[in-house]
Design a protein around this ligand. Structure first.
Ligand SMILES: N[C@@H](CCC(=O)N[C@@H](CS)C(=O)NCC(=O)O)C(=O)O
Length: 195
């Protein structure tokens, strides 16, 4: 299994989740500007979408999209999913919210030509959406005492918020520190060279 990633990008979520799951995998870094892999291949030929993450499975199939990759990792390791009949749907609900409502809202921060106004507006939207998650957190993780594959995705959003000087609503600063203390997170950051 090979994870195609870019250091510090959203692919860090799957990277952490794979370590949390204890699954064996290799990593290949992708230069997202040149669309080339670190071993010199045209990334479009591997993943026509051109973006990370992409997970090449052992049967050669390519799985893309954070929501699909994180759900797949959760299905390999049920301990990384919320429990109960509704657990699977609650997980998808959280992943979809992070992907479509928070991750995508960061776009102006990654567009070199974006106007200051656009970033200010995006910061307000991100703040509101993080606040909604923060208000629902009762224990250590998004799903209470159960650490799930949604937590690394939220963690990546918080790394971006911090890099862009956006403040984190309570109790997300403590959540961030708890994530930083996890060996899987340290390992992934170390591998990506962004520790
Ligand atoms: N819909 C995709 C979006 C992934 C995405 O936004 N990837 C960014 C890095 S965080 C990327 O590779 N951008 C470079 C590009 O689009 O060419 C997903 O959720 O997996």
């Amino acid at each position: 299994m090979i994870l195609f990633l870019a250091p510090g990008a959203c692919s860090l979520a799957g990277h952490i989740a794979l370590h949390e799951a204890g699954l064996p995998f290799d990593r290949i870094k992708v230069d997202l500007k040149a669309h080339r892999t670190e071993d010199g291949r045209d990334y479009f030929e591997i993943n026509p979408k051109g973006y990370v993450p992409a997970l090449m499975l052992d049967d050669g199939g390519l799985l893309t999209e954070n929501v699909a990759i994180l759900t797949w990792v959760g299905d390999q390791t049920p301990a990384l999913k919320p429990e109960g009949n509704m657990g699977r749907y609650r997980l998808l609900e959280a992943l979809a919210y992070i992907s479509t409502e928070i991750h995508k809202a960061f776009k102006p921060f990654f567009q070199p030509g974006a106007r200051g106004d656009d970033r200010t507006a995006a910061a307000a939207v991100i703040g509101k959406r993080l606040d909604l998650l923060a208000r629902s957190m009762r224990e250590d993780w998004l799903f209470g005492r159960t650490f799930s594959v949604a937590d690394p995705y939220l963690f990546v959003m918080l790394t971006w918020a911090k890099k862009n000087d956006l403040s984190l609503p309570e109790p997300l600063p403590a959540f961030f520190e708890r994530m930083m203390a996890r060996p899987a997170v340290r390992l992934a950051l170390d591998h990506e060279g962004s520790a």
